[in-house]
Design a protein around this ligand. Structure first.
Ligand code: 16G
Ligand code: ZN
Length: 552
């Protein structure tokens, strides 16, 4: 009927690229932007179907290739919760992206719709929100997505323009919860909850808290979308945050080239535009779509500029420490048989061993999952307060409804005689739950939470960095013919295939004090990655190099 001819007609305008097989991967489809028109068009169709399948819930479609080079682009889907697309739809995403012609595409869609009971009669409405980062290819790819969405009868595409990835996820989540969900609402919620945390900082006797005691922050925005959005927040915060924005992309730098969180974390060097004049100042880097955040400070040694890196593990540790402190204030008078919120901290094998040890010493439960936000997020959801971070700077804090309801009750029923500090702890946790983006890791909301906690503690970046000392580590990548030949288990810490490799890795690792090493196939590139950790940098380098030879 009408539906079939609409699909057939629009699909013919988006022929798939010849000779490339695309895969949805850890973070959606990514490739050179020039070959993505057809893929994005088809994922537009998928997004509309996903909305129909979920009873008309709002779905997000984001055009970005994050920290990859400016000529790349990509597409990924946000589910109704604001989280990543459910994994059981990934095979469908793969198969429609690779369908060779319109006829086979439509056949796949019909089969899937039947199997999943998706009504294709146009009787139901579907809504997809679209966002894109600052890549020049974004606009035409958004148009391809719109055409895909609109070729499903009853589906409506709403273009939200240029956004950070986490903003789009936040909006999807808010829309589906019936909350205020515009970009302005996002900025309002972040800035008001930040303000609230600052207002709750215990006043030192005699002093006042208004002149931020920890000095300015300089932010490298990767020449991407984070720059313009951070500028808005800065204006809203009107002096509460002493902030200098660099690499905003507005004065000519190239997206992700020698800048951004991925570059800084992997290369352990200052980004472009940072140098010896910045020594001692607190600095941060966002990635190209502002869903990753790392901090650093510039150090000068023998005339060369290096950095002290404060990575995702340390952001996680700061958050965990703060949450734990506030909870213990709150729970100090709670009887044992009352509700005891469970806190879980989620990491991957890339987490520095020293961070895992530190978190354990705080008495927190630490859990490991494979790399990729969908795994960490899913695990964190199992707790009343789930805190997750990848070392690369992607992470957030999730609060269960049960916990937030309990907090709200507690807040209402707290007798006025209760110690003021306990009331304040309630308010702080409440503010954190509003400041942090619970849909997905968000560099902007994470940055504000770091800044609020550092001000609360009165800590410099160096003081924070000394929570524990990172073990020296090394990452390498090995180009291989077929990365899927390497299969891992136990949250990627152990190789099951090819046989014999894990034994060899173990034998090599044993030779190094505090040695730890694992290999895993990348989810985003045609490589196998090697990670090694040991008591000295030389040892970590050597261990990584020896193990790289084993997989070559
Ligand atoms: C993607 C993932 C990130 C992961 C990285 C690993 C999302 C949104 N992003 O960027 O979490 O750390 O891939 O890349 O899931 P790799 O598999 O190439 O090492
Ligand atoms: Zn990113």
């Amino acid at each position: 009927g009408q539906q079939q001819s609409m699909l057939l007609q629009s699909a013919s305008s988006f022929p798939p690229p010849k000779g490339t097989k695309l895969s949805y991967g850890t973070a959606g489809f990514r490739a050179d932007a020039s070959i993505l028109q057809s893929t994005v068009f088809r994922i537009g169709i998928l997004a509309a179907l996903r909305s129909l399948k979920t009873g008309g819930a709002v779905i997000g479609l984001m055009i970005t290739a994050s920290h990859n080079k400016v000529s790349d682009n990509g597409v990924k889907i946000a589910d109704p919760s604001g989280g990543m697309l459910t994994q059981d739809w990934e095979p469908f995403a793969d198969s429609i992206a690779n369908a060779p012609d319109p006829e086979s595409l439509i056949q796949l869609i019909n089969e899937f719709a039947t199997k999943e009971n998706i009504p294709l009669d146009g009787a139901k409405a579907a809504t997809v929100l679209l966002g894109r980062d600052t890549r020049p290819s974004g606009e035409s790819l958004v148009n391809a997505a719109k055409q895909g969405i609109c070729s499903v009868v009853g589906a409506v595409a709403t273009d939200m323009g240029i956004l950070t990835t986490p903003q789009l996820h936040w909006m999807v989540r808010a829309r589906n919860k019936g909350l205020k969900a515009s970009e302005l609402d996002y900025f309002e919620q972040l800035s008001s909850s930040f303000r609230c945390l600052i207002d709750l900082i215990p006043k030192k006797s005699g002093g006042d808290n208004n002149n931020n005691p920890i000095g300015k922050l300089i932010v490298d925005c990767a020449n991407g979308v984070g720059g313009q959005k951070l500028q808005v927040l800065k204006e809203k915060l009107n002096g509460l945050l002493h902030l200098e924005i660099r690499n905003s992309g507005e004065s000519g730098g190239i997206l992700n080239e020698g800048v951004g969180a991925d570059y800084v974390q992997k290369e352990k060097v200052p980004p472009q535009g940072f140098g010896s004049a910045d020594v001692g100042i607190r600095c941060a880097s966002l990635d190209g779509d502002a869903d990753r955040l790392v901090y650093f400070s510039v150090i000068s040694s023998n005339g060369k500029n290096k950095i002290n890196l404060v990575d995702g593990d340390k952001i996680l540790s700061l958050f965990a420490l703060f949450i734990k402190d506030q909870l213990s204030i709150l729970l100090s008078s709670v009887k044992n048989d009352e509700y005891q919120p469970r806190v879980g901290v989620v990491q991957t094998a890339y987490a520095n061993g020293a961070s895992t040890k530190y978190l354990g010493q705080l008495g927190l439960e630490v859990i490991f999952t494979p790399t990729g936000v969908k795994y960490l997020h899913g695990k964190a959801e199992e707790y009343d307060i789930g805190i997750y971070f990848e070392a690369n700077g992607h992470g957030t804090i999730l609060f269960s409804d049960r916990f937030l309801n309990w907090l709200e009750e507690d807040r209402k029923n707290e007798p006025s005689s209760t110690a003021k500090e306990k009331q304040n702890a309630v308010k702080r946790l409440w503010a954190v739950s509003r400041l942090i983006n619970q849909a997905v890791g968000d560099a902007l909301s994470g940055l504000l939470l770091v800044e609020a906690i550092l001000q609360h503690m009165g800590w410099s970046v160096d003081k924070w960095n000394q929570l524990y000392h990172d073990l020296p580590s090394r990452q390498l990548k090995v180009k291989v013919a077929d990365r899927s030949a390497v299969v891992t288990t136990y949250a990627e810490t152990s190789v099951v295939k090819p046989p014999g490799i894990q034994e060899a890795i173990n034998a090599t690792t044993e030779k190094y004090p505090q040695g730890r090493c694992f290999v895993r196939p990348s989810g985003t590139e045609d490589v196998v990655r090697v990670y090694a950790e040991a008591s000295t940098q030389e040892a970590a380098d050597e261990l990584a190099a020896s193990v790289a030879k084993l997989v070559d």
